[in-house]
Design a protein around this ligand. Structure first.
Ligand code: QV4
Ligand code: CA
Length: 511
């Protein structure tokens, strides 16, 4: 009995850090701006068969329709109500997606925008995705309903009501982020409306939430909302399961607000991860891959079991938010694949893969003035994600998660799950390798000279298929093969001009 109590206490305490992914699946993908009907199809036709654990979706609640510029992606971060009604689909589409994804063991995580409503520049009217009325002048959102009392204006101490100084923790939490009307999450009424929205989603079957702009909410206010949340839907999740929570806190150091203040509520997005890994792979500031030997907490990152990690996100892939120039994206495909490969092979953190759309970049003074462009669309209607014969995506959807190297590294991560970080090797420069117990091994060559080395892999003897240059198909390999001898050693050659200068082998790529 005592033991059971202890178990359930641990279960409850740790629950919001647990993504609830099924069948040993260890990575999720952000299908940025996808339609719900396409996500449902993707769960069934691609994500489940390839071992993806879940999907982070764009905000599902009604948002402002912005016409100048024309339908930017960021309009979805300007809530008008909690009706499930956006360019991605309506409530029926949403329910169908959640049901179909859950039925194939793929979880849905909702991007929850609960710090604010729309920007003050919206004025009043019904320019919203479901036609709900709003008036930013008197802060009326009758479809929730919220009124002036439900916003922080009287609490905010900055001269213009805006966040002007990130060194002032009160401003950051109580004032307006770029003009966005700041909700009074200190009030029980506001907490209840937010919780009602999130509970609606939980009851439909979502597995958790990304909490947008968490830095701009007091950790205690977030906790008060979290305490009101239901357990997950028992049609798909064990009784007593708590929603998975990861909070968007951009903590690159140098500001008084720290990611660690939010650990009590759930995980936090570790933005240092992509910023530093990008710097290393680009070899900026004298960085080299050899220094990655103690990657993780050793680099000042938050504890692994509190981290949600990613190479890039929807903001920093286009210069929004923070992270800076070092961030690698699909635009730098060769280094990007190495970075994502490293992330998926390394045991640190819970991993999220980015899946983007292409847009016409246009740089002026080093800044992309087209950073606002929304998803591929026909007169505003989001285009379907079409699938080409070679399994890549059409209609300008990049689908990084379908790139062979990335898809196969998601499988690698699942195979090596729970295995220790082992057999590190480096040449003192940018040739490195490491294993995951006796289940997987990966070798990188980011130097300007060939790699040719015999390395201890920790793997059983045999011939393995490199899942970067090809696939294991039946009992043959469409790419490079690697022979591991009886003592676990194998010889690796990687040209510095290879299309993808890295090799990965694992227990299930053995021929
Ligand atoms: C403009 C002016 C403001 C002015 C305001 C007055 O720039 O100075 O006060 O008008 O009305 C958009 C525009 C922005 C505009 C604002 C309000 O870009 O110019 O302000 O709308 O109309 C996304 C975009 C923002 C966008 C916002 C709302 O990135 O550009 O603002 O959506 O549409 C910090 C935060 C972090 C945040 C990150 C971007 O700590 O939390 O900045 N990241 C999350 C999301 C992000 C989203 C938000 C938060 C807001 O990941 O995508 O912002 O929900 O680092
Ligand atoms: Ca706030």
């Amino acid at each position: 009995m005592k033991f059971l109590l202890l178990l359930s206490a641990i279960g409850l305490c740790w629950a919001q850090y647990n993504p609830h992914t099924k069948y040993g699946r260890t990575a999720i993908v952000h299908l940025f701006e996808w339609r719900w009907d396409d996500i449902a199809l993707e769960c069934e036709r691609y994500l489940a068969p390839n071992g993806f654990g879940g999907v982070q979706i764009s905000p599902p609640n009604e948002n402002a329709v912005i016409t100048s510029p024309s339908r930017p992606w960021w309009e979805r971060y300007q809530p008008i109500s909690y009706k499930l009604c956006t360019r991605s689909g309506n409530e029926n589409d949403f329910r169908d997606m959640v049901t179909r994804c859950n039925n194939v063991g793929v979880c849905i995580y909702v991007d929850a925008v609960i710090n604010h409503m729309c920007g003050n520049a919206m004025g009043s009217g019904t320019s919203s995705t479901c036609g709900s009325y709003y008036n930013t002048g008197n802060e009326e959102f009758p479809a929730v309903p919220y009124s002036g009392w439900d916003f922080n204006d009287s609490i905010c101490k900055s001269e213009n009501g805006e966040i002007n100084d990130y060194n002032d923790i009160y401003q950051v939490r109580d004032c307006r982020l770029v003009g966005l009307l700041d909700l009074a999450l200190g009030k029980d009424y506001v907490r209840s409306k937010v919780a009602e929205y999130m509970n609606h989603l939980i009851d439909i079957g979502v597995a958790g939430f990304r909490l947008d702009a968490s830095k701009h909410m007091w950790p205690g206010d977030i906790k008060a909302v979290m305490d009101k949340l239901h357990n997950l839907n028992t049609s798909w999740f064990p009784e007593g399961s708590r929603p998975f929570i990861y909070q968007e806190v951009i903590d690159l150091g140098g500001e008084p607000i720290k990611g660690s203040e939010y650990f009590g509520n759930g995980r936090v997005t570790e933005f240092k991860y992509g910023a530093k890994l990008g710097t290393v792979l680009r070899k900026w500031n004298g960085e080299k891959m050899a220094y990655l030997k103690n990657w993780g907490e050793g680099w000042g990152l938050v504890p692994s079991d509190r981290a949600l990690v990613f190479v890039d996100n929807h903001d920093n892939q286009r210069g929004h938010g923070a992270g800076g120039a070092s961030i690698l994206t699909f635009w730098d495909a060769r280094l990007y694949k190495m970075a994502v490969g490293f992330m998926l092979a390394h045991p640190y953190g819970f991993t999220r893969v980015m899946s983007s759309y292409r847009w016409q970049r246009h740089f002026e003074n080093g800044r992309d003035v087209n950073d606002w462009i929304g998803p591929p669309n026909d007169s505003g209607v989001i285009k379907r994600v079409t699938i080409n014969p070679d399994t890549t995506c059409g209609n300008d959807w990049v689908c990084e998660h379908r790139w062979r190297q990335i898809r196969n590294m998601v499988a690698f991560r699942n195979v090596v799950d729970g295995q220790p970080f082992t057999n590190w090797w480096d040449n003192g420069s940018n040739q490195v390798a490491f294993g995951r117990g006796n289940k997987g091994f990966i070798v990188f060559n980011n130097d300007d000279r060939p790699l040719s080395s015999t390395l201890q892999t920790g793997l059983r003897a045999g011939t393995y298929c490199d899942v970067i240059s090809g696939d294991k198909v039946g009992n043959s390999c469409t790419g490079i093969t690697v022979n591991v001898s009886g003592d676990g050693n194998a010889h690796f050659s990687i040209s510095n001009s290879a299309e993808d200068p890295f090799i990965a082998i694992h227990a299930e790529s053995k021929l």
